[in-house]
Design a protein around this ligand. Structure first.
Ligand code: HEM
Length: 157
């Protein structure tokens, strides 16, 4: 499927031009992107490590995951909205960028793992084998740190 017309449209929107023409909007939005991903990756890392049996052993996996879920989801919302604004301002750069598609596929995988698997198997009433918790934790870390590496790589590839 040829996505070029879609990326050209994203690149030509009024918001794209406002961000591109401003000296300060892109860096300010990127600060929100960094804030969001710090919350997202920070809380996910603590949850995934607890699922691997590392850290916070005085609380159950369900207690840790349930308490941190609002922060993880809040971080994801801030990161995705700010990321979309950054993308709008440089959509054509992202179109030709080798790291961007990787970032979007890993992001999709990370969202599926978190919302369709991790939130379910970490509920207090859920009964899953500890090995399953470990597999999902490793998958989650791989997806989300993959997104972060690809996000950083956008500026270099
Ligand atoms: C939700 C998970 C996400 C994570 C963990 C993430 C992570 C990152 C990281 C680590 C950077 C580099 C920041 C820096 O160099 O200062 C970055 C930059 C960026 N991200 Fe994201 N991001 C996410 C979502 C998104 C989304 C959904 C989009 C677009 C639809 C996006 C678009 C961008 C763009 C355009 C940049 C700037 C690249 C550049 O020109 O340097 N991000 N992201």
């Amino acid at each position: 499927m040829n996505l070029l017309p879609l990326f050209q449209w994203f690149d030509s929107t009024a918001i794209s031009n406002i961000i591109r023409d401003s000296t300060y909007i892109f860096p300010v939005v990127e600060v929100f992107h960094l804030f969001g991903l710090t919350l997202l990756l920070g809380t996910l890392t603590i949850t995934d490590l607890r699922m691997l049996g590392i850290g916070m052993r005085r609380q159950t996996v369900a207690q840790v995951a349930t308490q941190l879920a609002p922060w993880t989801i809040g971080g994801a919302i801030v990161t995705i909205i700010s990321g979309f604004l950054l993308f709008l301002s440089e959509a054509m750069k992202c179109y030709g960028n080798a790291a961007f598609p990787w970032k979007m596929w890993l992001l999709l995988a990370g969202l599926i793992v978190y919302f369709l698997v991790q939130l379910r198997i970490t509920r207090p009433e859920s009964r899953v084998h500890p090995a399953m918790l470990k597999v999902v934790a490793v998958l989650s870390l791989f997806c989300w740190y993959g997104v972060a590496v690809a996000g950083r790589a956008i500026a270099f590839v």
